[in-house]
Design a protein around this ligand. Structure first.
Ligand code: COA
Length: 164
């Protein structure tokens, strides 16, 4: 298989499950935001690695909004996949759900988009295969990822001009 042969979105998918334990919670007995960011970054890194099959680093994490509190004892389900590949960078989307341990009811809790860059052995950005989105949902995610990338680049340019 050539290095540029597209890989299916499904090859990158990750589902990770965590239980909120006392060291993960604050005095309100809800999950620390920072702990959730750690779990999101881990889950997304595995998705990027599964796609690239190279070492990867987190280049950026977009805005993160916490929709509902996640409580001590809740189950947290994180689902990640590579949405889009540019050249050396990949956008990974992560959906976070809060699962009630008694009822099994799941509630959307957060969503995050992260950019990972694949690196060569000498730590230079390395080109990775494109991702092949075969169903309408994955095609929509890829189209949205392209729009988000354009916004990211515009934002970085504006910030670099404002604060060189
Ligand atoms: C990410 C990193 C490898 C990019 O290096 P660089 O010298 O800027 O490389 P380039 O300018 O060639 O850019 C490489 C790719 O990264 C993307 N990129 C660079 N900085 C980015 C950022 N802040 N957000 C999103 N994408 C970024 C570029 O758009 C480019 O993508 P493309 O090849 O798909 O078009 C480098 O900034 C780095 O090592 N950062 C630290 C990463 C790290 O330690 N992460 C853990 C944080 S604790």
């Amino acid at each position: 298989m050539s290095e540029r042969t597209p890989r299916p979105v499904s090859a990158s998918r990750v589902e990770m499950t965590q239980l909120v334990q006392p060291p993960d919670a604050n005095y309100l007995e809800t999950l620390f935001g920072g702990r959730l960011v750690e779990w999101i970054d881990n889950c997304a890194a595995i998705a990027a690695q599964r796609h690239a099959r190279e070492k990867v680093v987190t280049a950026s994490i977009d805005d993160l909004h916490f929709a509902v509190p996640i409580r001590l004892g809740d189950i947290v389900v994180l689902k990640a996949q590579v949405n889009y590949v540019h050249r050396t960078s990949m956008e990974v989307g992560v959906r976070v759900e809060r699962e009630n341990p008694r009822t099994g009811e799941r509630t959307h809790a957060a969503r995050a988009y992260l950019t990972f860059v694949a690196l060569s052995d000498d730590n230079q950005p390395l080109s990775v295969p494109p991702v092949h989105a075969s169903d309408p949902d994955d095609r929509r995610r890829a189209a949205n990822a392209i729009t988000r990338r354009e916004f990211r680049l515009m934002r970085r340019k504006a910030l670099a001009t404002a604060d060189p």
